[in-house]
Design a protein around this ligand. Sequence first.
Ligand code: NAP
Length: 333
Amino acid sequence: MSNTDYPRRTLGRQGLTVSAIGLGCMGMSDFYGPSEETTNLAVLNHAIDIGVNFLDTADMYGVGENERLLAKVLKARRDEVVLATKFGNVRAPNGDFLGVNGSPEYVAAACDASLQRLGVEHIDLYYQHRVDRNVPIEETIGAMQRLVEAGKVRHLGMSEASAETLRRAAAVHPIAALQSEYSLWTRDVEAEILPACRELGIGFVPYSPLGRGFLTGAIQNSGELTADDWRRQNPRFQEGNVEQNRALVEAVTELAQARGCTPAQLALAWLLAQGTDIVPIPGTRRITRLDENAGAALIDLGDAELQRIDAVLATHAVAGTRYPAAGMASVNV
Ligand SMILES: NC(=O)c1ccc[n+]([C@@H]2O[C@H](COP(=O)([O-])OP(=O)(O)OC[C@H]3O[C@@H](n4cnc5c(N)ncnc54)[C@H](OP(=O)(O)O)[C@@H]3O)[C@@H](O)[C@H]2O)c1
């Protein structure tokens, strides 16, 4: 398949067209243990080569390092990429997390800093990474709207916003996409948030669509992860929960075998089947996995298969919250 043949989807009502599956770049610089720049650059270039043109980063990933990494690819290939980044999770230079900032002054400064690190003139999709409880959302979105007017940003997005916040935000300026966690083991957005997106014409970008790697079967327990891997702090990977969650992954693996695909592909094809407004962004630092994940856009799950998957999921309760308590307090705001 040439890169122009790769399936595309449109996020929101303003015509933001992206590859049906994007590439999450976070793990290349942060959270999931060590990685190699040469390999990361090869993965990024390969993604663009095969038509996976929707690259997802954030200013907080590696405290700016992930944007600097992307800059090395964008330098030569800016026009081939739909570039998404985020602001709002503030970190100190040593990585300490300092809180959420959605003040208009901060929005303007964060955008300029991202543009500089990325080495680009504009960002295609600029997300507020977390909603700031101390700033009315109208003020934050108003500041983001001014970035659009200034030509620094093309489309606006939010992450982990509640249905009510989305309604207030969309009343100020169209929101092209909500990026929130959604996968075979995290389906809470289905109750209110996804319906709100549809009512408001907001596309949906599931993050951690492979359950941070766990749903693929490649990780059995947190003991396999390096000491600095953030997943060690994730309740779902911890002893007492991980055993029950492995049973879910075994069931997913059986479903994938029946379909003749891998568990990762089943997880992504299932998300794509939830609506044409959905664009998952799996993260990987390996070309083979990138190809595998990209291949999921060619898998069409039928109604009977989707019902079977639902039935299997219904018999496997997930153990543990998707973030530790502090993280849970910053979602669905
Ligand atoms: N908005 C937010 O708050 C938020 C939060 C988290 C993430 N995100 C975004 O969403 C993106 C994706 O989420 P994520 O990286 O957390 O989780 P994910 O995509 O669910 O899983 C990534 C993990 O799965 C592994 N993996 C990928 N493909 C695989 C395959 N085919 N077989 C086996 N293992 C595979 C990767 O390992 P290798 O890298 O070693 O291949 C990595 O450890 C991030 O990169 C980031 O851009 C956003």
